[in-house]
Design a protein around this ligand. Sequence first.
Ligand code: ATP
Length: 349
Amino acid sequence: MTKTVAVIEGDDAAPEAVGPTIELLKSLDLNIEFTYPVVGDVAINDYGSPFPEEAKVLIDDADTTFFGSTSGSSGVALLYLRWGKGTYANVRPTRYFPGAPSALANPEGVDFIIVRENLEDLYLRTEGDLKDLSNLGLISKTSRKPIAELGEGRYAIKAITREGSERVIRFAFELARTRRHELTVTSKYNMLPESDGFFLEIAQELASEYPDVQMNHFIVDDFACRLVANPRQFDVTVMPNLYGDILSDAAAGLVGGLGLAASGCYGKDYAYFESAHGTAPDIVGRNIINPTANLLSAAMMLDYLGYNEASQRLHSAVVAVYADGDSLTPDVGGQASTQGLCDAVRARF
Ligand code: ATP
């Protein structure tokens, strides 16, 4: 059966990595049809809106979306893919490929996954002026000062809901079952017992449903230290949104940088795939953006679409290219172009 993938190439240097990645997928003859929703500035020109109904329909009609990083006006498409489609679990694997320039003395065997809650926490983006809270009678539990007396300032709401936490933690437990049967939960539950503590409580409740998975937990600052000092101790980890956002970029630094940081965002009935990095505006137009994050996200997408063998082969081809070492982009110590790395992966497929 034909599968449909909506492709949004993104902004700045992103299309330079997404384009050859999609060309590579097309060359595999996998019975995938690609559609191209028009978003951002081009859509403003053509349709009068950065995210026209036509683009939304193409995303809805597709089995999944492959998304290049965006900046500016096309960001609204990302809001739809995340909040509109309810893609609550952001899966960000960190795996060392021999040949990549790691920050670690001994990176062999580093292979863990951060499952980042993708829709809530501080990402409600409900921020405002502190004076708007002054009539609520709120008091700081640390300084004991009434919020009304804090003076000029701003606030942001951090929300950890039962539904939002349960679904992502359950997702992480299920993922752990496909790997080492180990799950690490982290948040700042000591300092924020009401919100981050609730996240941990829910994990502890769910643990009884997964007796075959060994669950442990660390406070997020301690977790960060352990992650850098001994990443091999971790397999599947789950955490609220902001910690996952920051720690997964930091984790990429352990194994060669953002150019290798793949990701998939999964919901109840939709998923989309994107690199974890941004649009790399500082290297636009040079054909040196590392396409590995896109290629690995594409492998995750093939798996999601049911092309499990092709997914494995694509992943193995990337590993082989890193082991060879002569077709790598400058960010990982090579001299190849984006296209050059993609061609080498295709040749190894
Ligand atoms: P965002 O906030 O959307 O994640 P950002 O502007 O903080 O984006 P990136 O666009 O990810 O960050 O870029 C951070 C740095 O990493 C830049 O110097 C960029 O060139 C580099 N970088 C990011 N992705 C890649 C890549 N795939 N290949 C090479 N360099 C990259």
